[in-house]
Design a protein around this ligand. Structure first.
Ligand code: MRU
Length: 366
């Protein structure tokens, strides 16, 4: 998508150095646009854990490139297989909820297993990392095309009046390689001339909505308004939300959805007010082994993300203490919205019911 009129992705191989990949370092958004070089698998793991990159599909893409760097390192280590196994373990330990992390690591492991020559393994790992990214772009764009139909239908029902869409966290292009999941249909609709307006939940504690979703929508010229996390229910009661579209970090094959903390409360409010609640996802986010969403591991992050807040003060990005020094804080990063609260899943293959049947009908090869 565009930043100041220039097309960007969130991750790419360094154009002049095949041994390095580059990312947009999202810790600095929206105040600074910083590109970071990732030169080792360990740095890749750090970028995921400390959320220089975030969002399930982008975590997967970063893990893909980090496995390539691990293969480069392993080729000089004397024991290729052991090095790769340790690298996979290190990457897997970074963030427990987004299943794309597991998916991308497994995909790399499968791609190189059985390949005899170490140089070939490294070459294949690079190609696989690139493929993961290219495929993610196509998947996200297709999510956009399918979700567009839902927005178009609401726009027609409203005789072309503005369609108000509420979203939570950042399931935008900055959470993927390009386009986004929840935002892809919004960009498609906006580009087609459909009037849309987005209510952007700020998404405490890390404020991915206020910092990142607002920034990317603004750069694409999509009308939006940032709200604090507790406003959604009020807006819904007053007819100010036509639909919700959120992303997901892991979706069970039965249609339960783990997404950024607070998503569940929005789904409850939408349900109570008869507002459609859609979840946009690439099939790489489906967990084919867990049937009950409440079994999904929920990441707990450092309490300092709750007790402090980050912002720009006198041109410097600062952390400010919010709570009494001595008060403990809890930081659950995700919650689960059960399938019965989800109107539909917007996938790269079409929109389906949030149920095992709905998912298997679209992705029957699994
Ligand atoms: O903790 P994050 O920022 O990695 O979490 C990301 C989310 O929860 C997104 O909202 C999302 O829907 C998944 S990524 C498309």
């Amino acid at each position: 998508m565009n930043i100041n009129g220039k097309s960007h992705r969130t991750i790419w191989l360094h154009p002049k150095n095949n041994l390095v990949f580059q990312i947009i370092d999202q810790r600095h958004l929206p105040h600074r646009f910083v590109i970071a070089d990732i030169t080792t698998a360990k740095e890749g793991a750090r970028a995921i854990e400390e959320m220089w990159v975030r969002g399930a599909p982008l975590i997967g893409a970063t893990a893909g490139y980090s496995m390539y760097l691990a293969a480069l390192e392993a080729s000089k280590s004397g024991d290729f297989e052991a090095y790769m196994e340790d690298a996979a373990k290190m990457l897997l330990a970074t963030r427990p909820t987004a299943i794309n992390l597991h998916w991308a690591i497994k995909r790399q492991q499968k791609a190189i297993e059985g390949v005899e020559n170490i140089e070939d393994k490294v070459r294949i790992a690079l190609q696989t990392a690139k493929d993961i990214c290219e495929e993610d772009v196509v998947i996200s764009e297709n999510i956009g095309n399918h979700g567009l139909e839902l927005i178009e239908a609401i726009s027609e029902l409203k005789s072309g009046e503005v369609v108000n869409i509420l979203t939570h966290c950042n399931a935008g292009w900055l959470a993927t390689v390009d386009w986004g999941t929840a935002t892809a249909p919004i960009y498609k609709a906006h580009d087609k001339g459909i009037k849309v307006h987005v209510w952007v939940d700020e998404t405490r504690p890390r404020n991915q909505g206020a910092r990142i979703t607002a920034w990317e929508l603004g750069h694409h010229g999509v009308p939006h308004t940032v709200i604090v996390d507790n406003v959604g229910g009020h807006l819904m009661q007053h007819g100010m939300v036509d639909m919700c579209i959120v992303g997901t970090d892991r979706t069970t094959y039965t249609g339960d959805v783990a997404n950024k903390i607070g998503t569940y409360l929005k789904a409850l409010a939408a349900n109570d007010n008869g507002i459609p609640f859609y979840v946009a996802l690439p099939s790489t986010t489906i967990d084919w082994e867990i049937s009950d969403g409440l079994m999904i591991p929920i990441e707990e992050r450092d309490a300092s993300e709750v007790t402090y807040i980050q912002g720009l003060h006198e041109q410097e990005i600062k952390q400010v203490l919010l709570t009494p020094d001595s008060s403990p804080a809890a930081n659950y990063a995700f919650d689960v919205t059960l399938a019965r609260l989800v109107t539909g899943l917007i996938t790269e293959k079409g929109v389906c019911e949030a149920s095992e049947k709905g998912i298997r009908d679209l992705f029957d090869s699994k």
